[in-house]
Design a binder for this molecule. Structure first.
Ligand SMILES: [Zn+2]
Length: 365
């Protein structure tokens, strides 16, 4: 059996790490094309430029707001004209996915500097392409993972804590999902089977979140960089990223597609839906009471959704839940990576069970 593990080239994290951006970029080339999210362009660019300009020539461009084929073509054209030999993405998920795609088409190295820790996308060799109107269009599999992922924890704590919490929702699923993929010997996005390190990082990610998550959320709200916060940023980004890419996703992530059918849920961040999807998956896969209690306690402590009302579905009809379940049970769905029987009625039953447990615990608190 052939296994594979995908890694980013380097992972740099800590307070003030942005000051090392110039040094990291200069390992790869002498001229940087910097794609920034609009907020970063407005507020952070002078700080970043002072580090970058010491080491390289810099051309900065503001991200247009959607990681679409149109935006990728626009940005690729500007970067090509600027004759830069390194692409740098600075901002949130869609800015970073666009920077990764631009580097892929230009065949240049890419440095990714997230300003929020809301998903595990920064480390992966994948960009999610959207329609200009925002709907998901297709995944773009990239030739290689980012050469450098650089996270300044002092920048992460400037953002609302909701982003860090969503990142924890995205990451808490990984132990359960990679374990399901391991049992079923699922091939991952690399085309090979998952590796020991990917499965082990899923477990480590879970343990780190349970131990440090609630404190990290409070520290983030207080805009303080602490050990707990550093541990959680690493769990949300590096541990979760490697475990999903080389271990595989399963039931929890299938609910992102499913609930996406109902517009009442569209205000949620990816990790908020995946966190609730994880709770549903615990019932679907008949987990022990102690584990269910531990994950609910965690979600309650960090303010992740624990009932349908928390994701915007206060009075959801049975017909709508059936639609969600039908989407979740579509032929190509990753839910079939679970080693339990899967059907529309079983999925609806698991959604109702997760919702009831969330309600019961809140009433008892
Ligand atoms: Zn995810």
């Amino acid at each position: 059996m052939v296994t594979a593990t995908l890694f980013p080239g380097r992972y740099v994290q800590g307070p003030g790490a942005i000051q090392s951006l110039g040094q990291e970029v200069s390992r790869l080339g002498d001229s940087a094309f910097l794609l920034c999210s609009p907020t970063v362009y407005r507020e952070l660019l002078p700080e970043v430029n002072s580090s970058l300009e010491k080491e390289t020539r810099v051309i900065a461009e503001k991200f247009g707001g959607e990681c679409s084929d149109e935006e990728i073509t626009r940005v690729t054209g500007i970067a090509k004209k600027a004759e830069c030999n390194v692409v740098v993405g600075l901002g949130g998920g869609k800015t970073l996915d666009t920077a990764k795609a631009v580097a892929h088409y230009l065949k240049k190295p890419v440095v990714i500097a997230p300003t929020i820790a809301s998903t595990d996308a920064p480390t992966s060799a994948l960009s999610m392409i959207h329609e200009p109107t925002g709907e998901i269009k297709r995944p773009l599999w990239l030739e290689h993972n980012p050469n450098v992922v650089l996270i300044d924890s002092e920048i992460i704590v400037r953002a609302p804590a909701r982003f860090l919490t969503a990142g924890m929702g995205d990451a808490i699923s990984k132990w359960f999902e990679t374990d399901s993929c391991r049992r079923k010997q699922v091939s991952t996005s690399s085309g090979y089977k998952g590796s020991i390190i990917a499965y082990s990082l899923g477990v480590m990610c879970y343990q780190t979140l349970i131990k440090y998550g609630p404190k990290a959320k409070k520290d983030c709200e207080a805009h303080q960089v602490t050990r707990a916060l550093e541990q959680v940023i690493q769990a949300n980004t590096l541990l979760s990223g490697i475990s999903f890419e080389s271990g595989g996703l399963a039931a929890a992530h299938s609910f992102d597609r499913g609930f996406g059918l109902l517009k009442e849920t569209h205000h949620n961040l990816h990790g908020e839906i995946v966190g609730f999807g994880t709770l549903i998956s615990l019932f679907l896969t008949h987990k022990d009471e102690e584990i269910i209690d531990e994950v609910y306690s965690f979600c309650e402590a960090v303010c992740l959704p624990t009932e349908l009302a928390d994701v915007g579905l206060h009075k959801v009809s049975n017909e709508d839940l059936i639609k969600v379940a039908e989407k979740v049970c579509a032929k190509d769905s990753i839910i079939y990576r679970e080693s339990v029987p899967i059907s529309v009625s079983l999925v609806v039953k698991a959604i109702r069970a997760a919702d009831s447990e969330g309600k019961r615990r809140k009433a008892a608190a």
